[in-house]
Design a protein around this ligand. Structure first.
Ligand SMILES: NC(=O)c1ccc[n+]([C@@H]2O[C@H](COP(=O)([O-])OP(=O)(O)OC[C@H]3O[C@@H](n4cnc5c(N)ncnc54)[C@H](OP(=O)(O)O)[C@@H]3O)[C@@H](O)[C@H]2O)c1
Length: 345
């Protein structure tokens, strides 16, 4: 059992872990707090980038000698394997820590076993503290490791009557500037963005992450185009000055398997309606984000193309969030096959 101070420190560690969101892939986000033997906070850290020091190591460095006989509170079970950086269990043992409290068991076969290694060295270990909160922050990574494929968010912008383009193909700026800015932030949090060739050919999107001044940012997700039709040589997606592009002519499961091999953890499926329909039918959409603009068209392609024949064949969703984004409404929902205990987040 964790003390009240340790539980409080775990809350802080979860907060710290979130600082790494969008920066640590293919690694998880992790936060850590070091308490001295009197339970004063003497160190804090988070994992800030793959290849960089792990959260425990950062926090131990800040604590120095004060960690001796104290506790380390960390959101993920410490790793006991030596990857690009040394094993965290070795660092914890060397620092003379008496207790380690973690939230989530490491689901990763290679890294797992940290708790056991620590116990063997005489360190007291407690797991399962604030697990739900810690899992929610790390949801994309945990999903990828546990399920063996990336977490898929399907995002679209439509008119209130569900149209994603007009009959003449015009589709730019259906949603407002705030929604579009939010999509850029979303892209910056995933490892890949996916579109079908239909969208690539119709809209010639760049799919890069750009800042408020429309300048491409440092970290760019991989751009993935799915389908068999070739893109014209001047297509923006073939301009790899700022970001890479991968073309795959595979079914949705094949696409995700290929991306999983590349250690891609989270993807944003940006349509179009045909490819989104194929992912949905295959049960490969984990979250839906709809940006609904206060416009009516009454004509033009619908957000989704499927072969559904009757109401019972529709995909039931559970709404997780509704918000106003500028003049638009954003709905975040998940297929109801995901147990509601996970949905609460
Ligand atoms: N407002 C929005 O949020 C938004 C977003 C995206 C698109 N759009 C609009 O949507 C329209 C394009 O729609 P779309 O449906 O033609 O484009 P799409 O869904 O992007 O592309 C369809 C193509 O995807 C490929 N594909 C790969 N795997 C598939 C599979 N398992 N099943 C079916 N297709 C697969 C096929 O390409 P091949 O034929 O090359 O093999 C297919 O023709 C445009 O008007 C665009 O503006 C709007």
């Amino acid at each position: 059992v964790a003390t009240a101070i340790e539980a409080h420190a775990m809350r802080r560690a979860v907060e710290l872990s979130a600082e790494g969101l969008g920066r640590t892939s293919p690694n998880p986000v992790v936060g850590a707090v070091v308490l001295d033997r009197d339970q004063n906070v003497v160190g804090e850290g988070f994992h800030a980038a793959a290849g960089g020091p792990h959260a425990e190591v950062v926090a131990l460095a800040e604590a120095g000698e004060r960690a001796r006989g104290g506790s380390v509170v960390v959101t993920l079970e410490p790793c006991s394997h030596t990857g690009r950086t040394g094993a965290c269990t070795d660092a914890l043992i060397a620092a003379g820590v008496a207790r380690v409290i973690f939230a989530v068991e490491d689901p990763n076969g290679v890294a797992a076993g940290g708790a056991q290694a620590l116990r063997s060295a005489g360190v007291q270990v407690e797991g399962g503290i604030l697990t739900r909160e810690a899992e929610a922050v790390n949801e994309i990574w945990l999903h990828a490791i546990r399920v063996g494929r990336p977490f898929v968010v399907w995002k679209y912008a439509s008119t209130l009557d569900g149209r994603v383009a007009a009959p003449d193909g015009t589709s730019r700026w259906i949603s407002g500037p705030q929604s579009r800015a939010e999509v850029h932030r979303l892209r910056s949090l995933v490892d890949a963005v996916i579109v079908g060739t239909g969208t690539a050919l119709a809209d010639d999107p760049a799919l890069t992450v750009r800042d408020e001044d429309d300048v491409p940012t440092q970290r760019q997700p991989l751009r993935v185009v799915v389908g068999s039709r070739p893109l014209p040589p001047h297509a923006k997606l073939l301009d790899t000055t700022h970001a890479d592009t991968l073309t795959l002519d595979l079914d949705p499961a094949g696409v995700l398997a290929a991306l999983h091999k590349l250690e891609i953890r989270g993807v944003l499926l940006e349509g179009g309606p045909t490819l989104a329909g194929a992912f949905l039918r295959a049960g490969l959409v984990d979250e839906v984000r709809s940006y609904l603009a206060p416009t009516l068209l009454g004509a033009g392609p619908a957000a989704l193309v499927t072969d559904v024949g009757t109401l019972a064949e529709g995909t039931r969703l559970v709404i997780r969030d509704i918000a106003r984004v500028g003049g638009d409404i954003r709905v975040i929902a998940r297929p109801s096959r995901i147990p509601s205990s996970d949905v609460e987040g």
